[in-house]
Design a protein around this ligand. Structure first.
Ligand code: FAD
Length: 277
């Protein structure tokens, strides 16, 4: 059972609860990005089961006529078991998304997975004429070059600061340096992309910066923020921009919830207060 205190960051344990959360979001003018929690499977059956669950989820999003897409982690659909396992499950998910007109995002995991993830994105983006998106991380030194390569590819690119603790040989380690790289990347995106720019950040300074870039350039863009983080800002932003909330759900919620609580003192205090009351 989902602990009441986790409700802020995780929509539900089951698909029905997640869809109902998105329906409420849509009522506030915010679109959904559903993510079934799970990663790093070393059992082929688990990877196949989650790929099946994404196909069913896509069908349900279409049936319920929701403004919603999905986002999947490569290691959740078998990347740790082999590139071929990941690619075959991704094929099924993207095919379902294309048939039902539901957009499919591919999350980005640590730097050892960047090449296979970007190659899979480019392949499906061309095949579906842009019904897929991929995430790129500003903390990786390679990303500027990747962004330049992705500029001509159909589909969307989600720009984030990067959530993985990467070695200094491949990544910027200082927060200020990552912030600087992130701004550079966003500037490159607005200068060179025709559209399909997604800004995955809660940072008010980044959001203001993007609004300035958008005023100077023509490219279409959207903001993406996590469920439970600056939700008032999400609704306010939705008055002027396309806003998506990334909505995790599923029975494997505990480690995700723990991560959210650990990353900010305010979240930890909130969780403690909820447990005590
Ligand atoms: P930070 O740099 O952490 O903080 C900057 C400022 O933002 C803070 O000073 C504060 O003002 C505000 N802020 C940040 N967090 C909070 C909070 N909890 N409550 C209130 N204010 C806050 N990373 C990946 O590596 N791969 C992915 O596929 C990926 N997908 C993502 C999808 C989405 C929709 C989002 C939002 C993030 C994703 N990330 C992903 C995570 C990302 O890389 C960052 O680790 C994460 O977003 C933190 O960076 P930030 O820019 O939001 O803010």
């Amino acid at each position: 059972m989902l602990l009441p205190v986790a409700n802020d960051f995780v929509a539900a344990e089951d698909q029905a609860g997640a869809l109902s959360h998105v329906e409420t979001l849509n009522g506030d003018g915010v679109a959904g990005i559903l993510n079934l929690l799970g990663e790093h499977y070393d059992d082929p059956a688990e990877a196949a089961a989650d790929a099946d669950a994404y196909v069913e989820l896509i069908e349900a999003i279409d049936r319920n006529d929701l403004d919603c897409c999905v986002s999947v982690k490569p290691s959740q659909i078998g990347l740790d078991l082999g590139d071929d396992v990941f690619l075959s499950h991704l094929d099924r998910i993207v095919e379902a998304g294309t048939e039902r007109d539901v957009f499919v995002w591919i999350d980005m995991e640590d730097h050892t997975t960047t090449d296979v993830t970007l190659d899979a994105f480019v392949h499906h983006a061309r095949k579906t004429d842009g019904n897929v998106g991929v995430c790129v991380q500003a903390n990786l030194k390679r990303t500027r070059e990747d962004a330049e390569r992705l500029a001509g590819v159909p589909g969307k690119v989600r720009f984030v600061k990067g959530a993985y603790d990467e070695p200094a040989s491949v990544a910027y380690k200082k927060k200020e340096r990552v912030n600087e790289a992130y701004r550079d990347l966003l500037a490159v995106a607005f200068e060179t992309f025709d559209g399909g720019i997604a800004v995955g950040s809660h940072d008010p300074e980044v959001i203001e910066y993007v609004e300035r870039l958008a005023a100077e350039h023509d490219a279409s863009f959207e903001f993406q923020l996590l469920m439970g983080v600056r939700e008032d800002a999400q609704r306010d932003l939705a008055a002027d921009h396309d806003v998506y909330q990334y909505v995790p759900y599923g029975p494997k919620w505990l480690s995700y919830f723990y991560r959210r609580v650990r990353e900010r003192k305010e979240n930890a205090l909130f969780a403690l207060r909820a447990v005590l009351s």
